[in-house]
Design a protein around this ligand. Structure first.
Ligand code: SF4
Length: 180
């Protein structure tokens, strides 16, 4: 059986798209039986692809210099890149920040929120520097397939992965584009 390797990562989002992937439930086992092997994900030990993978999946908008590195690295390491969820597909809710400056954004998020006491804008290099605008993944690198939705349905994610694993080109139509 041919092995199909998959790596996923998340950018600026809420992790909901990864939760939707987990919602494939027993169909995750079906994919594994079909030869799928997870190389790296934010919720497993390896966070970044350790080798070239067949399919890369990105959730979230590109919002910091660190995200740009993650996106380019995933593009370089995968044969097929999928943008999953509205944030990755067209920027989604994250792009609401584009109406404000980065300074206003950070001040609102870390100092001015009603529940914050003695807030401080974090300066750790691990967080990365916010870019002026939040962008969709395809504004940084070429994307091969899109799975829109906030989050996309587990059925749609399963369909796309199954089609690709079986060597077909997925076409999301009808109920697969219905969001609850
Ligand atoms: S598309 Fe929706 S569910 Fe997915 S990361 Fe963005 S906000 Fe979260």
């Amino acid at each position: 059986m041919k092995k199909i390797t998959i790596a996923t990562d998340w950018l600026d989002g809420c992790s909901g798209c990864h939760m939707s992937m987990l919602d494939m439930d027993e169909r995750l086992v079906e994919l594994i039986k079909m030869g799928v092997e997870l190389n790296a994900t934010p919720i497993t030990d390896f966070k970044e692809p350790t080798e070239e993978v067949d399919i890369g999946i990105l959730e979230g908008a590109v919002s910091t210099n660190h995200h740009i590195e993650v996106v380019k690295n995933m593009r370089n390491k995968c044969k097929i890149l999928i943008a999953i969820g509205d944030c990755a597909v067209f920027g989604g809710i994250v792009t609401m920040r584009n109406y404000f400056s980065v300074e206003e954004l950070l001040r609102r998020g870390y100092i001015e929120t009603e529940s914050t006491v003695d807030g401080k804008i974090p300066t750790s290099p691990e967080i990365g520097k916010h870019t002026k605008l939040a962008k969709a993944v395809n504004q940084i690198v070429k994307v091969d397939f899109y799975i829109p939705g906030c989050p996309p349905r587990a059925d749609a994610i399963y369909y796309v992965l199954k089609e690709l694993v079986e060597g077909r080109k997925p076409l999301l139509v009808g109920d697969l584009l219905r969001y609850d």
